[in-house]
Design a protein around this ligand. Structure first.
Ligand code: ATP
Ligand code: MG
Length: 336
């Protein structure tokens, strides 16, 4: 192997705390020097390496308080990070959920907080979650809130980097991401999960991609990290049915019903007065996603501020609703 490749591998194995691979590569470099008759250098390297397979300083897997993460895995072809690390900021009060989802997520949090109690009985909390549902209903937001609640960093896997790399590398990228997520307590978010998890028998997929889906199934199934893996998609119907079974829990994020619309409008107007009650506009917002309702509220507030008003009138709010409907109509006419 060329020297440059060996050095890259050496540094990479060090950064990953992969003791075995580090020693294998170091041994290869030493043998290479010996074969070039550079005995003095080879002996010095051998002495420095030591004879034992001493482990490298691996991240302390039980240290929940230190937020220091191992070095982020890199995509080999493009040399880009495979995950973005986010310190979650949004909290439970920013998220409007229906009663069922609220209950479900609270029970998942309780399991995490009492993992020692479960562990003492040989049990594990549910940690592999699939978030489904239409766009703008809080899948990504909920992953961030969830990470905030369990006080873990949020790692967002970059699907573009992962999939558009050299095909042969995709499965290895997935493994690197899962290894990274298992080595420390984190919430790993595979956002737009359908980009990789399409049906295995999709005619348009070639054999390589099918193998990628299979290895993804295995990685999800075998995930035993201390944190969570959350996969999010708004194309749940396109998912391979075998994928569903691999998750401990599937959470559907639906468009808000009337009760959630009222709570969301109140939340968005918590710092700005209105001359109407949320209940009087709720019917106009039926069928809108949370993100659309948020946009309606923020647009109405923006217009009030620009017109030097410190209160949003019902008329201005309904204008903003009409604007959002127009936007939807245009979006509906665009090719999907
Ligand atoms: N349930 C919710 N409660 C409060 N705000 C929400 C909710 N859902 C969405 N929002 C607002 O809309 C924004 C976009 O939502 P988010 O990105 O979570 O949607 P998504 O379900 O992940 O959509 P996509 O399928 O397009 O990725 C959020 O950042 C938040 O401001
Ligand atoms: Mg999203």
């Amino acid at each position: 192997m060329p020297r440059g490749e060996l050095l890259k591998k050496l540094f990479h194995s060090y950064s990953q705390g992969d003791s075995q691979s580090f020693h294998e590569v170091a041994g290869e470099i030493i043998r290479d020097e010996e074969s070039k008759n550079n005995r003095v250098l080879a002996n010095a390297l051998r002495r420095n390496l030591g004879s034992g397979q001493r482990p490298l300083a691996l991240p302390d897997k039980n240290n929940f308080t230190s937020r220091k993460l191992a070095v982020v895995p890199i995509e080999r072809d493009k040399q880009l990070p495979l995950v973005d690390t986010i310190q979650p900021e949004r909290r439970a009060s920013d998220l409007i959920l229906n009663r069922n989802n609220q209950r479900l997520l609270l029970s998942l949090l309780a399991e995490f907080r009492q993992r020692d109690v479960l562990g003492a009985h040989g049990l594990r909390g549910r940690s592999r979650l699939l978030f489904c549902g239409p766009p703008g209903c809080g899948k990504t937001l909920c992953a961030e809130v969830f990470a905030h609640e369990v006080k873990l960093p949020l790692l967002v896997a970059s699907m573009d980097t992962l999939v558009s790399s050299l095909l042969g590398e995709t499965a290895s990228n997935l493994r690197k991401i899962f290894d990274f997520a298992a080595a420390q307590p984190v919430v790993l978010l595979l956002d737009e999960f359908d980009a990789i998890a399409r049906l295995r028998d999709d005619e348009t997929l070639n054999g390589e991609l099918r193998r990628v889906v299979n290895s993804l199934l295995m990685l999800i199934e075998q995930f035993r990290g201390q944190g969570f893996v959350i996969a999010a998609t708004n194309h749940e119907r396109q998912l391979d049915p075998a994928i569903w079974r691999r998750f401990d829990e599937v959470v559907f994020f639906e468009k808000p019903a009337k009760a959630e619309i009222l709570r969301l409008v109140s939340l968005k107007f918590r710092n700005f007065k209105t001359d109407f009650e949320p209940a009087s506009v709720a019917d106009f917002l039926a069928g809108f996603s949370h993100a659309e309702i948020e946009r309606v509220c923020l647009n109405a507030i923006r217009q009030a501020v620009l017109n030097q008003r410190n209160i949003v009138s019902k008329r201005r709010f309904l204008e903003s609703v009409a604007l959002e409907k127009r936007r939807r109509d245009i979006a509906g006419r665009l090719p999907q």
